[in-house]
Each structure stands twice: as structure tokens, then as C-alpha cells.
Write a new protein. Structure first.
Length: 338
């Protein structure tokens, strides 16, 4: 199965976050054949009930390729044309899985050993898979993490700070709003205060940002709302202490921090073009336990999470060679960068 066929096969398996079991089973079967052919090993690393990471290895891994199996909703299957493969997860990150497997197979066929492939659950929500993997390291010295960077090595990535905001009100007939208290009105005021929080800027990573991702509340147009909720995410570029203070100072609401991962600055590697990305990855959740991290992958983040998600076939094939060269360089030189 070539990289295009494997990408489409993976895209056609629904694996939105918390529903990765079927794609994990598929990869376990697929990689079991590869480990049998080249005398390796394979195991499941449990993250949560019915949610396992898949780890295949040959020798004692010095370099490990890793990305995530889960996708954002909604699920939709694959199609392809002469230039692109389309579908949910095509670039984020099932095409990357296919490229990493193809690169590993290329290296193994040439006699290279001491490689690993680690595919994790939960990156799109809370990095549950990376956290579980961090608790069970396997001695790897270098981690090549895959996300859509258009095959450029990322020198930095922003962090993420996610909150759930809850406001309680009092029910009343909308004809007599003075008898109640609208949770929705209060939530809008709280969110406006949060939008005014000054966000820091970094010379490499740029400006911190805020996205109010969801708003929910109320019962009907003629009822004063007794409950309103919102989910929001800051993309951080440094210490989030002032941001946290600003959220708590908004008042009149319950603000629950549900996830935080810090901003990162990453290493160069000789011969690769570079970039800086605004998205967050699993790398902080690994905590260095799987080795020095590098971040690179085919596809554009600008189409990930959209209805037009796709990956260029040309980039997918190029990624196979890039991953193979990176692993060979790290194995041969110990990873000295520029």
C-alpha cells in the first residue's frame, strides 16, 4: 500500500477525538505486518479506556516519528484528484501518519534500525495520548513530531490556554424581565471584558490571540435565560499569569481552566527550511521524555479543521524523503543542528 492509498484508507475511518479505537486497530494490524517483515515489535500504550496509542519499533529506538490519530469533527471521507487528497484528517494528521510509515519502511529496507513509530490519541482536545506516552518512555533520544507545516521545520509554536465559562441567572417570563436575571446578558458582558485583556507579544512567536469558540444558553425566546456557557482559547506566547488574572477579574461567572500547554521554541536542523506556527502540538505534553523534539509535516494548517481539508500529493511524497533524511541525519550525527 503506497502513501496515497494509506492516507485515503485512514481518512475513511472515522476517528474524531474519543473515537480513535477503529483507526488504532487498523494501524495495529498494518504495522504488525511491517514489524514482522523487519523483525520489530509493536504494542498498545493505554491512554484511557478503549483509547490506546500505537507504538511500533525496530531495535532500541533512538529516533521516533510521532503524530496523532484523532481528528476534529465532523467526519467526512476521502476523495482525490490529480493534485490533492481530500477529507477529514487528510493533512491533520493522517497523511502525515502515512508519510511517516512510508519513511520508516524506506529506512528499514535500507537496513536502518533503532526507529520507532508512535501514533497517539487525543491531540485535538487534551493531549491524553501524549501524556500517557510521557509516563512510559522507551529511551528515544529524538522525537520527530508531525503537524501540517508545509514541510518546513517549525522553530516555535504558540501555547494554548482553554477555559469554560459558566454564568447562572434566574428564570422569568420575557415580558417581565425585571423578575429574572439573564445569564446570557451577563455572559456577553463577561466575554466583552475578557476580550479587552491585553495579550503579550513575542519577537519570534508574534501576538497572543483569543478565540471564543462556542456560546450556548437559554431555553426559548420568551424565557429569561437561567444558564449560559462559553468555551474560549487563548494562543499564548509566554507566561500566561496576567491572562489568567484577567479572566478571573471578569467576575460574575465561573471560569474553569480545562487545558494549558506552553509556547515552545524549537531547534533547527541542517538543510531544512524553517517557519513559526501559531498552533499548539503534543510536544509540551511529552515533556522531553521521548527525546529532543522537531516539528514538521506536509500540508497547510490553513485548511486543517475546515470543510476543504486536503493535502498536496507532491508534499506528501516529499515528506517521506524529508522524514527519512532527518532520521538518518539524527542517527548518524547525534542531531547537531545549525
Amino acid at each position: 500500500m503506497n502513501a496515497f492509498e494509506l492516507t485515503r484508507a485512514l481518512v475513511d475511518i472515522e476517528s474524531t477525538t474519543n473515537h480513535e479505537k477503529n483507526v488504532g486497530n487498523y494501524l495495529f494490524t498494518h504495522l504488525s505486518a511491517l514489524t514482522a517483515r523487519y523483525k520489530g515489535g509493536i504494542e498498545r500504550i493505554p491512554a484511557e479506556p478503549n483509547r490506546d496509542n500505537i507504538f511500533a519499533y525496530w531495535g532500541e529506538p533512538v529516533v521516533t516519528f510521532s503524530t496523532h490519530m484523532d481528528t476534529v469533527p465532523p467526519f467526512f471521507g476521502s476523495r482525490e484528484d490529480g493534485e490533492f487528497i481530500w477529507g477529514r484528517g487528510s493533512c491533520d494528521a493522517k497523511g502525515i501518519i502515512a508519510a511517516m510509515i512510508a519513511a520508516a519502511e524506506k529506512l528499514l529496507a535500507a537496513g536502518t534500525r533503532n526507529l520507532g513509530l508512535l501514533f497517539v490519541v487525543g491531540e485535538e482536545r487534551n493531549s491524553a495520548g501524549a501524556i500517557a506516552a510521557a509516563a512510559t518512555p522507551r529511551g528515544s533520544r529524538f522525537l520527530i513530531n508531525g503537524e501540517p507545516t508545509e514541510n518546513r521545520l517549525a522553530l516555535g509554536s504558540k501555547g494554548a490556554l482553554r477555559y469554560e465559562i459558566t454564568v447562572h441567572g434566574k428564570l422569568a417570563h420575557s415580558a417581565y424581565p425585571e423578575l429574572g436575571h439573564s445569564a446570557i446578558h451577563t455572559l456577553l458582558e463577561v466575554l466583552n471584558d475578557i476580550r479587552q485583556i491585553p495579550l503579550p507579544q513575542d519577537a519570534l512567536l508574534g501576538q497572543g490571540t483569543l478565540n471564543i469558540g462556542t456560546i450556548d444558553g437559554g431555553r426559548a425566546a420568551n424565557v429569561v435565560a437561567d444558564l449560559a456557557e462559553a468555551e474560549l482559547m487563548f494562543r499564548t506566547v509566554g507566561d500566561p499569569a496576567k491572562t489568567r488574572e484577567g479572566v478571573l477579574a471578569a467576575g460574575c461567572a465561573e471560569a474553569r481552566e480545562v487545558f494549558y500547554t506552553p509556547a515552545l521554541q524549537l531547534a533547527k536542523l541542517d538543510g531544512l527550511p524553517t517557519t513559526v506556527v501559531a498552533f499548539t502540538t503534543d510536544i509540551p505534553s511529552f515533556g522531553g521524555t521521548w527525546g529532543q523534539p522537531f516539528l514538521i509535516g506536509p500540508g497547510s494548517i490553513h485548511v486543517a479543521h475546515t470543510a476543504e481539508e486536503h493535502i498536496p500529493k507532491k508534499e506528501l511524497l516529499a515528506a517521506v524523503d524529508i522524514y527519512a533524511r532527518m532520521a538518518a541525519q539524527l542517527l548518524a550525527t547525534g542531531g547537531s543542528g545549525a
